[in-house]
Design a protein around this ligand. Structure first.
Ligand SMILES: [Zn+2]
Length: 129
C-alpha cells in the first residue's frame, strides 16, 4: 500500500542520531583491523596481521586473521543494516513494517532502530522458521 510513516520530526531526529552514532562505532571497530574499500561503500578488507616470521608467529597471524574475517563479516552486516535504515529514512519509509506495511511501534524502534518489521510479523516468522 506504500503508507508513509507518520513519526514526529523529533522522534526521527533522535533515531537518526542513534543510527549515526552506531555507524561511527561500527566503522571505528572495523578500522581497527580492516581497511575501508575504495570501491564499495561500507565494504572493508581485513588486514593480514604482522607479528613476525617465526612459525608460531605465523600461526598466530593466521588465527588472528581468520578470527578478524568473521568479525568483519558480522560488523559489515550490522553496518549495512544501519546504512539501509538511514536510506529508508531519507526516502520517508522509515519505521514501516516490510511485511504488513503497518507502522512499527515507536518503542520497538527506540530499542532497535534498525528494525524493519513489526513485532507481530516478527513473531509469525519466528514461529514459522
Ligand atoms: Zn508487520
Amino acid at each position: 500500500m506504500g503508507k508513509k510513516s507518520s513519526f514526529s520530526k523529533e522522534f526521527l531526529a533522535k533515531i537518526r542520531e542513534q543510527l549515526l552514532a552506531k555507524k561511527e562505532d561500527l566503522e571505528n571497530e572495523l578500522s581497527a583491523f580492516a581497511d575501508k574499500s575504495t570501491v564499495d561503500e561500507g565494504d572493508y578488507n581485513t588486514r593480514f596481521p604482522e607479528m613476525g616470521d617465526k612459525p608460531d608467529e605465523n600461526a598466530a597471524e593466521v588465527a588472528e586473521y581468520t578470527k578478524n574475517l568473521t568479525l568483519e563479516d558480522t560488523l559489515e552486516r550490522a553496518l549495512k543494516d544501519v546504512n539501509e535504515t538511514l536510506g529508508r529514512m531519507e526516502n520517508g519509509e522509515y519505521g514501516v513494517c516490510k511485511y504488513c506495511k503497518e507502522p512499527i511501534a515507536e518503542r520497538r524502534l527506540l530499542a532497535r532502530p534498525v528494525s524493519s518489521s513489526c513485532i507481530e510479523c516478527k513473531k509469525k516468522l519466528t514461529l514459522e522458521a
